[in-house]
Write a protein that binds this ligand. Structure first.
Ligand SMILES: C[S@@+](CC[C@H](N)C(=O)[O-])C[C@H]1O[C@@H](n2cnc3c(N)ncnc32)[C@H](O)[C@@H]1O
Length: 221
């Protein structure tokens, strides 16, 4: 069964201390996490001065890339359910002297996206949110026309041979709340539904993907 929000909060409360270290351990199985993060942030097409929202920002592993893209004149808004993950993000922000990062403690499903956003990103988080479709639509309404929503997340692979490894990969990602039931959640489809899909690129045998949607003038259905 998929974990409840309270279960996820408890899980990430315990994981926060060693989150950055354990996330890096996936390199041991050949998962080039940092390269994919760079690709996801590049896909936002951010400009200096933009405001970007990160949903489920965790400890802020994407912040250095986002800061480089928007510059000190831009703004980063990080939203997360788990106070302890945000505390880690706060330490990162302070250590780097970034004055333009706002951290919001709360549920993505309740987050009110500000208007005129330059981009929205979520990495390994949106599939954990049962209301992902609503979050994507709300985000779409906040985006300025021509700006992008980018998701980098897990999914079940479409390739048959890769499907053999599914139990193993679910086992490896279980400590982060991944369960087989989450396969029913397809944020990539919601990107297509609300924004029109610009691209859907699969990596790592189809276990992960980057979905990019660009807002037209409205958020379509
Ligand atoms: C696997 S971590 C990903 C963190 C970060 N995005 C990264 O790429 O390293 C998942 C994060 O999603 C957050 N999360 C889970 N459900 C959420 C929700 N409903 N609203 C906001 N954040 C949520 C968790 O607290 C956790 O920090």
């Amino acid at each position: 069964m998929a974990l409840s929000k309270e279960d996820l909060r408890q899980l990430y409360r315990k994981r926060a201390g060693l989150y950055d270290l354990t996330a890096n351990l996936y390199y041991l199985i050949g998962f080039r996490e940092q390269a994919y993060r760079k690709q996801a942030v590049a896909a936002l097409g951010l400009r200096r001065g933009d405001t970007v929202v990160e949903i489920g920002c965790g400890t802020g592993l994407n912040f250095p890339l986002l800061f480089r893209a928007v510059g000190p004149e831009g703004k980063i808004i990080g939203v997360d359910l788990t106070k302890e993950m945000l505390e880690k993000a706060r330490v990162r922000v302070k250590r780097n002297g970034w004055a333009n990062v706002e951290l919001v403690h709360g549920d993505a499903a309740e987050f009110r996206f500000p208007p005129n956003l330059g981009g929205i990103i979520s990495t390994f988080a949106l599939t954990l949110v049962p209301e992902f479709d609503r979050v994507i639509r709300n985000g779409c309404l906040g985006l300025a026309p021509g700006k992008r929503w980018v998701i980098f997340d897990f999914k079940l692979p479409s390739h048959r041979a890769a499907a053999l490894f599914v139990p193993f990969l679910i086992f490896l990602t279980r400590p982060f709340g991944v369960r087989r039931e989450l396969a029913e959640r397809r944020p990539g489809e919601s990107i297509k539904k609300w924004l029109g899909n610009l691209s859907m690129t699969e990596f790592y045998f189809g276990f992960t993907y980057i979905a990019v949607g660009e807002k037209g003038t409205a958020c379509q259905e």
